[in-house]
Design a protein around this ligand. Sequence first.
Ligand code: SAH
Length: 209
Amino acid sequence: MVEALRAQGIRDQTVLAAMNAVPRHAFLDSALASRAYEDVALPIGQGQTISKPSTVARMIELLARGRSLSELRSAKVLEVGTGCGYQAAVLAKVFGEVISVERVRWLHEAARTHLRPLRLPNLRLAFGDGFQGVEAEAPFDSIVVAAAGNEIPDPLLLQMRIGARLVAPVEAVAGMGQALHQVDRQGSDHWALTVLDAVRFVPLRRGTR
Ligand code: SAH
């Protein structure tokens, strides 16, 4: 899988090592485990999917870009959309502290079960609506959103530390598909937007269930 990621242009050694260290099959139903190392999104229940490895690697590489290893190891990251917990585990291999929030109770509990054997003491799972971010843990050095909204929720922008980066898929207007948005907070009221690759994610939804 790591060779395939390299071939797709992922270069960051820290990211590649983290992708290599997390067993993706451990996050899937046994019936799907044989496909765990293909570069495809797969169902995880509740109508949700585990992201493609290349997408996970790409988003984490964007967050890591321009930062030294010691900066990464001291950075605090928020993930919105834990799903089965796979990306949260990869994030925990790269960043110092990871908080991941999920709005579907069943998935939040399933992620806990998948993650327990990996023993990642720097990863905490939260149950709640990621539209609100996780105020009690803010500010964050990086934020990654794993589901596509029509815009980036304001609480997430406000929970970025100055100098922080956020990466999120955003639904373009009128069925034009989604694009990965990168936002860099450059001052207390200045955020710079860069629109990147076309992507496909499940929708960001409000509330919990
Ligand atoms: N990070 C996952 C991807 C899961 S799919 C991986 O490693 O593959 C996206 C997840 O976002 C789904 O589980 C969905 O329930 C969740 N989600 C959607 N809207 C959300 C919200 N407002 N707050 C928290 N999670 C949300």
